[in-house]
Design a protein around this ligand. Structure first.
Ligand code: 3PG
Length: 184
């Protein structure tokens, strides 16, 4: 997976081009389009069709129904704020990467039982940031993390320096890309 996973909230389908173009122009070829808005599935379908060189996934997927909708739309990976066993099973069956939110040893053990070795650490800032992540990583050498939530330019480098980081997630990538595009 790529190192940066922008958390994308698309309120209107018409915003999709602007956001994805801004990300691409900023060197980012991944987008986690969140199931927090009514047009999420439609936006994923549009993005997969029109940005075939990007890795388009679905975020904030909290149940099997949303997971099915995301996969039908073409999502190439699934992210959840927590761990859903039903979502994990669907993704396992279809060979789709699933990154569930895990912040406790019990959740990580459950992820491992489901065959998952990369988890989202969310909300990273509230659950103790890098210090907590390092402590959590110690007993699970096979696990990699995607810290998300409260990660931004001010602390991204310290996370990136830790070798158990698979990628960094965050909405700030979108804001940064749009701001840069606006400056031009
Ligand atoms: C998410 O769903 O992953 C978070 O809302 C992202 O958190 P951030 O806005 O602090 O990056």
């Amino acid at each position: 997976m790529e190192k940066f996973v922008p958390v994308v909230v698309i309120k209107e389908l018409s915003e999709t081009d602007k956001i994805l173009t801004a990300l691409k122009n900023n060197g980012i070829n991944t987008a986690e389009i969140t199931f927090r808005t009514a047009c999420a599935a439609e936006a994923i379908e549009y993005a997969c069709k029109n940005y075939p060189d990007m890795s388009i996934g679905a975020g904030t997927v909290i149940n099997a129904e949303q997971c099915e909708a995301a996969l039908a739309a073409g999502a190439q990976f699934i992210v959840s704020p927590g761990l859903s066993v039903s979502v994990a099973k669907i993704c396992n069956e279809r060979n789709i990467p699933y990154y569930p939110g895990c912040v406790t040893p019990t959740e990580i053990m459950q992820a491992l039982e489901l065959g998952i070795t990369t988890v989202k650490f969310f909300p990273a800032n509230i659950y103790g940031g890098l210090k907590a992540l390092k402590a959590l990583a110690a007993p699970f050498p096979q696990i990699k993390f995607i810290p998300t939530g409260g990660v931004d330019r001010s602390n991204i480098d310290e996370f990136l320096a830790f070798d158990k980081i698979a990628a960094i997630g965050g909405s700030f990538f979108v804001k940064e890309a749009l701001d840069k595009m606006e400056e031009k």
